[in-house]
Design a binder for this molecule. Sequence first.
Ligand code: NAD
Length: 360
Amino acid sequence: MTTTLNIAVLAGDGIGPEITREAVAVLRRLAAQGHFGLNLGSAEVGGAGYRASGHPLPEVTLRLAQQSQAILFGAVGDFSLDNLPRELRPEQAILGLRKSLGLFANLRPAIIFPELASASTLKPEVVSGMDLLILRELTGDIYFGQPRGVRILDNGEREGFDTMVYRESEILRIGRVAFEAARKRGRRLCSVDKANVLETTQLWRDVMTGLGKEYPDVSLSHMYVDNAAMQLLKNPKQFDVMVTGNMFGDILSDEASMLTGSIGMLPSASLDANNKGLYEPIHGSAPDIAGQDKANPLATILSAAMMLRYTFGLEAAAHAIESAVRRVLADGLATADIDRPGSRRVGTAAMGAAVVAALG
Ligand code: NAD
């Protein structure tokens, strides 16, 4: 008997509807092939949510997300709403979903597809074959620690301050996600910290080391964040899975994604403690190309593959999507953002259809 996957599709703004449509077509194809049953719900989010009901994360959207096992998210952002109060801006929808669903683990793969090695700003021989996964803790660290603020000192000077803080339980839960993810890949985990300077990250290192004893099949190493930033540029192929806190992860995951050189190719996942997840491309709503059949749907399609792997444990189906994407790129198809000499330029819909066809 096949299981039925309950998925909320939140397309959002700009190119969101175009790219999620293609990812849904891919999921439907796999369902038709008998991999699983599908129960899809959809709702407005972001600017579309605000226009529909006055809030970027309408009640009905949040409820759908809460009741689903996974969320396929397009993108939010609408420059015409940038003058709204901060809490009503489209981007607040993502923060609201992360908070209400307890999504604390952010997973970002950075993979170089052979055909796109020349899109990186690094030399092809440095990046070709790169396939790494960065795990960033999303809900703690100096971004949320209290106290924080700007105070006036006795001499009248202003002083800004933030608090870097991690509890052992928070480190353990992101650590477990990281070790489990490493088990699904190359079984090598590099924990990134600044234990030579920061007490919080010395605790991070100690907890990761302790946890490593439960995962003897995963080889654990530690690296200081400054060195990690250098090593990502020097030799990114040395990494399999990296795990780090919120602030270091914010910076390193953006650095790693740019090594691939193509924003339209990069998926991501944000997971809770039970592997429920929100899956989305790392790019935004790209209003400059919205509605023109120009957007690359592959980041969203690859996000659907991550969903099958991390929330539903359907490795074969996830792999089928990734292989189909590889085949389509090898056949020379390219949307404008990944156009290269000798490639055949296609639009969003044709790229999606090609992936569906490559699934057989
Ligand atoms: P963006 O990622 O939307 O676009 C940056 C550039 O990359 C643009 O030139 C765009 O055309 C291109 N691009 C993005 N995705 C593409 C794709 N799939 N295929 C081809 N080209 C693609 O970033 P931005 O322009 O700075 O922001 C636009 C809006 O998106 C803003 O409102 C911003 O706040 C929002 N945003 C949302 C998210 C999200 O939903 N997670 C993330 C980043 C930005």
